[in-house]
Design a protein around this ligand. Structure first.
Ligand code: BV8
Length: 246
């Protein structure tokens, strides 16, 4: 009787997974879906907050126009996250640190669940919901889980904003460059739970592919990246990722 793994993961991917040295894992909201974190797009709908599509409330323009409204959106999501835990997909990825000499986890997620599962040196392309940033002196205070969030900077007294990358804003200095470097040096690139619509993050698998890496997508739905991939595994990350190391 063929094991579940054998049915879902090709002998070639299994061999690549067994022998890979340099692995890059790019994740999106889908890897946190089984933890209860709402995704942005799913079932054809796009997340709307108080009548605004998420890429409007999560935009640089909105910070200029109405910072309290932006905070209300991120405070709501942070309070949701407080009860949520990493799922089997986050834990599988964390365990891969023991298997691969060079594992780089690049995430678009701001939820901190990879780190909560024990993954080190996560490249947070879009920042973190657990940090604020001063709009003037750029200090980045952590937001304590169980205390009220400060709205003014301790250093200079100016307003704090969420330390996340909003639409129309540059990614954190060096983060994307490091992700590109690792993707270009990788021999296996796993793309997990992303609709691959937001750039420049969605451009990373192509960089890995054009540098010779084997690219595999894990997602219940096809994405604009599926045709580029050497292998597409259709299903939930929490069900599938633990199978890779079996
Ligand atoms: C910038 C933080 C440069 C805030 C986020 C090129 C072409 C077109 C547009 C652009 C381009 N270059 C730049 C742009 C503009 C824009 C962009 O890409 N727009 C898109 C909408 C077209 N990009 C930017 O603005 C970026 N900045 O380019 O700066 C610049 C700046 C100034 C001047 C000159 C140049 C900044 C983008 C970052 C924005 N911030 N997040 C917040 O969280 O609110 S983006 C946010 O949305 C997420 O971080 C993520 O990146 C994206 C959501 O995508 P996913 O994570 O993939 O989630 P989604 O719900 O869409 O999909 C979930 C998937 O999981 C689905 O496929 C589903 O099937 C799957 N799934 C569901 N369940 C499971 C599952 N998979 C596995 N298991 C499951 N159980």
């Amino acid at each position: 009787m063929q094991t579940a793994r054998a049915q879902l993961i090709s002998p070639e991917l299994h061999e690549r997974f067994r022998t890979a040295e340099r692995v890059v894992v790019l994740t999106g909201a889908g890897v946190s879906a089984e933890s209860g974190v709402p995704t942005f797009r799913g079932g054809g709908n796009t997340t709307v907050w108080k009548g605004m599509p998420f890429d409007v409330i999560s935009s640089a323009t909105m910070v200029q126009r109405d910072l309290p409204a932006v905070w209300e959106w991120f405070d709501y999501r942070r309070n949701l996250l407080k009860q949520l835990k990493p799922n089997a997909a986050h834990h599988a990825i964390a365990d891969w640190q023991q298997q691969f000499p060079h594992l780089t986890v690049v995430t678009q997620n701001i939820d901190g669940l990879h780190q909560a599962a024990g993954t080190n040196n996560v490249i947070e392309l879009h920042g973190s919901i657990w940090r604020s940033r001063c709009i003037d002196c750029n200090s980045r205070p952590e937001i304590p889980r169980d205390e009220r969030r400060d709205s003014l900077c301790y250093e200079c007294g100016n307003h704090l904003r969420p330390d996340v990358v909003l639409f129309g804003e540059m990614l954190p200095p060096g983060a994307f460059e490091l992700a590109v470097e690792r993707a270009a040096a990788s021999d296996l690139c796993l793309v997990v739970g992303t609709s691959a619509l937001v750039y420049p993050a969605a451009g990373l698998p192509e960089i890995a592919k054009s540098s010779g890496a084997f690219v595999c997508e894990v997602n219940p739905e096809r994405t604009p990246l599926s045709d580029l991939c050497d292998e597409v595994i259709t299903g939930k990350a929490g069900d599938l990722l633990p199978l890779f190391s079996q």
